[in-house]
Design a protein around this ligand. Sequence first.
Ligand code: UDX
Length: 494
Amino acid sequence: MVAHVLVFPFPAQGHLNSMLKLAELLSLSALHITFLTTDYHYHRLCLHSPTHARLSRRPGFWFRSISDGLTDQRLRSADRILELYESLTYNSSSLFRDLLISNQNQNQHQDWWPRITCLVVDGIMPFAIDVANDLGIPTIAFRTSSPCSIWTYFSLPRLIQAGEFPFPFPAEEADLDERVYAVTGMESFLRRRDLPGFFRQARDISHPFLDFVYAVTLSSTRAKAFILNSFEAMDGTVLSHIRTVCPTTYAIGPLHSMLTSMSSHVLINSQSDQVLTNSANLWQQDRSCLTWLDNQPKGSVLYVSFGSYTVITNEDLLEFWHGLVNSSQRFLWVIRSDLVNGVDKEGSPLPLLSVPPEVAEGTSKRGCVVAWAPQEEVLAHPSVGCFLTHSGWNSTLESVVAGVPMICWPFFVDQQITSRYVSEVWKIGLDMKDMHGREIVERMVRDAMEGEKAQELKRSAAAMAEKAKESITEGGSSHLNFQRLVHYLKSTDD
Ligand code: UDX
């Protein structure tokens, strides 16, 4: 019998992207895979993800979906994440249990959907770990966010004990520069403002988001092992701290790079089944920006994208827009249809007409605006010289692999601390956290794109890209960790 792994991500773009990559990597390693998601997200994958179509045809790869229990689409937005989480816990949990029970009880000789021997579940869904433990199916937790953020969550009791959390309330701007010492390994650079955004809103230790984050983080210790999308040369120190609580932690990233490398080595039966890109797109990609990039000089374009969840005010949008145009740099900007607060019209025209004429003119001369880009391909394009990002973990890793320096404008959860690591630890970007206004944007863009500082960032980013590459090639740390993971997963069919 072939070991059969069910991969179950939290239903959100960043989670689906990295877990679908993991699923495909495991499938290339001769494991049977079922990719489970919610009906709503499954429907969007069918519409927008060519990867879904490609993998659906692959023998030994199944897609399954269950309901997330929500009837109102608005409850799936970033500011309602706890409601989605609760609905999954209370509604999808029993559907998940039923699905597993029916799978485990079916006739072993039926080959249409073989018995699941192990689960890899998103570590932010403790209910899935508990259901699997209950049914005696071995389970591994996968966290899609940065290891530095996860170690901070694990350190919450130490922060409280040291009196470093909660912050004085309300936290003044100056207070946020106070240093924090209770997170082991981060004593020399961590400030209050680098801790996840919701730490600032918590008057006491019982803030709902804080409870959520700490509970889900602890739940990973109930799994057999832990998977992180990172590599030892980048996150070795933090990984060693995480291993004090989750001893079997496989750091197997950057996953998208590992997948590209592995798929070029594996002989796939049919030519049409080759991996060109693996992307779990929930939006329609606009590939016209690649043609626009083809016509720009090498390293001249600033790519701007705030990921899948960030919501900004119309005022911030305009300040960014002025700053970008005033910087006189070329830019490619992803403005999702739901990026601006209060605007939620899928497929609506971009708000180009609402910007002042001089900004519209600067944009038509040097800019390109799309609603959703093929981001990995954009970052790998030679015309791209810098990435203004919200510091989502997938975006960060994609920039690292492409050797593209970053300007970080973090929005929420893990992004606040990731941006600190980008600027202070890895030194591959600038941190624009908590800063607003067109002058700041203009200055940061110029600093990151021209002059000595820009050259320095470029050199560090190239060095980090080299380390990422080494980690995923044969004998590299992520490659070895991945082989160990596959070895364990294969043993679950005994
Ligand atoms: C958030 C978190 O910040 C992240 O760290 C966490 O692990 C998951 O949830 P998100 O806003 O989705 O993530 O950002 P990110 O993790 O960067 O993922 C966005 C993904 O969408 C990336 O893989 C990126 O390549 C893709 N993307 C983004 C596109 O394909 N096209 C776009 O235009 C924009």
